[in-house]
Design a protein around this ligand. Sequence first.
Ligand SMILES: CC(C)(COP(=O)(O)OP(=O)(O)OC[C@H]1O[C@@H](n2cnc3c(N)ncnc32)[C@H](O)[C@@H]1OP(=O)(O)O)[C@@H](O)C(=O)NCCC(=O)NCCS
Length: 206
Amino acid sequence: MSRRFPADRATDPAAVKDSMKLPPTLSTPRLRLRPWRDEDLVPFAAINADPEVMEYFPSVLTREQSNAVAAKIRQEMEERGHGLWAVEEPGVVEFAGFVGLSVPRFDAPFMPCIEIGWRLARPCWGRGLATEAARAALAFGFDELGLLEIVSFTASANRASRRVMEKLGMVRDPADDFDHPFLAEGHWLRRHLLYRLNRERFRGDG
Ligand SMILES: CC(C)(COP(=O)(O)OP(=O)(O)OC[C@H]1O[C@@H](n2cnc3c(N)ncnc32)[C@H](O)[C@@H]1OP(=O)(O)O)[C@@H](O)C(=O)NCCC(=O)NCCS
């Protein structure tokens, strides 16, 4: 079996989409990964308007752009029964950002794939929350969805995101580095690094 193009249906986003289940809430020691609520839109817009949070994205988002992103995330979660969960730290913050699984929509040698991603409000950084939430999302992907591999990618300068990937046991092969097709040639964020995690490694048998 090719490592780049796993043949198993369990890695195929279309197969995963068939499940059409309501998104479950996942719990970790400090967090709830839950479906989105309308009340999340205001704090999500504040996160997306923060230049520090959006440092490694082409631009901050307007309120309208942020709402459109949230609507897309919610629609995909409802269709698939999983996605970029809203992250809550009960008793501390009702909406800290999102962490979860998504299906990237661009051409690259590593497609089709399921990606894990994260975006948290600045005051929530540096306490291991992204890593803790991501472990729950990975467990859902491998154990409930039966995925064989989950990937993540980021602009090479995004050290915090890369560190989260490393802490999760994700592995980078420089041969997988790629230029993000949504960013123009010469854009400082265009070069991206791909990290992979297979089920065996996640479970500690790999
Ligand atoms: C990436 C992000 C989700 C991490 O959230 P978090 O809850 O702070 O993550 P964690 O605390 O679990 O881990 C962060 C790690 O990165 C490290 N880190 C943070 N900034 C760093 C930097 N500039 N250089 C190197 N390491 C850095 C932290 O020290 C920590 O590692 P450690 O536990 O070994 O000390 C958060 O920074 C964020 O929302 N960034 C903006 C959105 C974004 O870039 N998303 C990713 C797009 S690919």
